[in-house]
Design a protein around this ligand. Structure first.
Ligand SMILES: C[S@@+](CC[C@H](N)C(=O)[O-])C[C@H]1O[C@@H](n2cnc3c(N)ncnc32)[C@H](O)[C@@H]1O
Length: 304
């Protein structure tokens, strides 16, 4: 897949956050495209789709239709119908089937948190207007998750912390997905997944020479992922889309220019106040700092 570019499409789900417009329903094709990579994991698992009204959710359809094939132990969906009623669905491999209307079962409700703590994995596309609350709750309470998002969501502290620790990865697919909108039909949005189930097998990042530091950080400025130098010990600033190709054999993710632990990289000669990386006076949007792993560089340098 070609390097994704940051453009307006990438931001449209994030704009939904400000507009509190959460009705972006995932297409069954995109659900299957990602989830096929975890099929062997699902055996005997309790899957919880916590933002999914079972009558309309493609996550429900995927898991309910493949319940036996995947060997699921339990499937629970909780979500809100288009008319605003909250519903729960439970199916388990001992034949139990429950469909129930509840007063409220939003992802932050007691009943939903109880399921979150008992399940093996949360799989959903959550409301973007409250994504931070959602992902913090899920990461703190569920053992595993496979959750749709945008690349910009990796700027959230909790996600970045886990990615830095190599405890969260982007998914196996990313790109322009088709979301169903209540009044608009299909809408294309650039999206990716965050998950801690299965480390993706990634190609080594393709590299080239091209060395220039930012005006304000002792960090190499790279605008295109294919221009990352092949042998560089220092810190490299790359577009945030790097997250979708990150290979943790090769690189460490350090974080963002404004992270307190990265302030040692600031140039003393820079007199401005800009916290984002600047090059030739221009602010660079959504850059992430990475660094080759020492071990990787050492093996690359061995002349057999
Ligand atoms: C981005 S949509 C995705 C729906 C479904 N997961 C899918 O992929 O098709 C998020 C849904 O969550 C609903 N929602 C809003 N607040 C919620 C909450 N606190 N708990 C659970 N769902 C919520 C929204 O109304 C919306 O239908």
């Amino acid at each position: 897949m070609a390097d994704p570019v940051i453009d307006t499409r990438l931001e449209s789900l994030d704009k939904a956050r400000t507009a509190q417009d959460d009705e972006f329903f995932t297409d069954l094709y995109d659900v299957g495209d990602e989830l096929q990579h975890y099929e062997e994991y699902f055996e005997n698992k309790f899957v919880f789709c916590n933002c999914d009204y079972y009558e309309t959710s493609a996550f429900f359809t995927y898991f309910n239709d493949s319940f036996e094939r995947l060997g699921l132990r339990k499937l629970v969906c909780m979500g809100v119908s288009p008319s605003g009623e909250w519903h729960m669905f439970i199916r388990s491999n001992d034949g139990m089937l429950i469909k129930k209307q509840l007063d409220y079962c939003g992802f932050e409700s007691d009943i939903s948190i109880a399921a979150l703590q008992r399940c093996d994995v949360v799989v959903t596309n959550p409301p973007f207007s409250i994504y931070r609350d959602f992902i913090e709750l899920v990461i703190d309470n569920a053992p595993h998750y496979i959750v749709l998002g945008t690349i910009l969501k990796c700027k959230l502290g909790k996600i970045m912390e886990k990615m830095r620790q190599e405890k969260c990865y982007t998914g196996h697919t990313h790109g322009t997905l088709n979301f169903h909108r209540p009044d608009e039909g299909k809408k294309k949005v650039f999206a990716c997944w965050y998950q801690n189930v299965k480390k993706p097998i990634r190609n080594l990042v393709n590299v080239n020479e091209g060395l220039r530091e930012y005006d304000n950080f002792h960090v190499l400025s790279i605008d295109r992922l294919r221009d990352i130098p092949s042998d560089y010990e220092g810190v490299i600033g790359v577009p945030i889309t790097y997250c979708t190709i990150h290979n943790d054999i090769q690189f460490n993710i350090l974080g963002f220019s404004y992270d307190p632990h990265l302030q040692y990289l600031k140039k003393k000669t820079y007199k401005g106040k800009q916290r984002d990386p600047v090059q030739d006076g221009k602010v660079k949007f959504a850059r992430i700092f990475i660094q080759y792993k020492k071990k990787y560089l050492e093996t690359q340098r061995i002349d057999f």
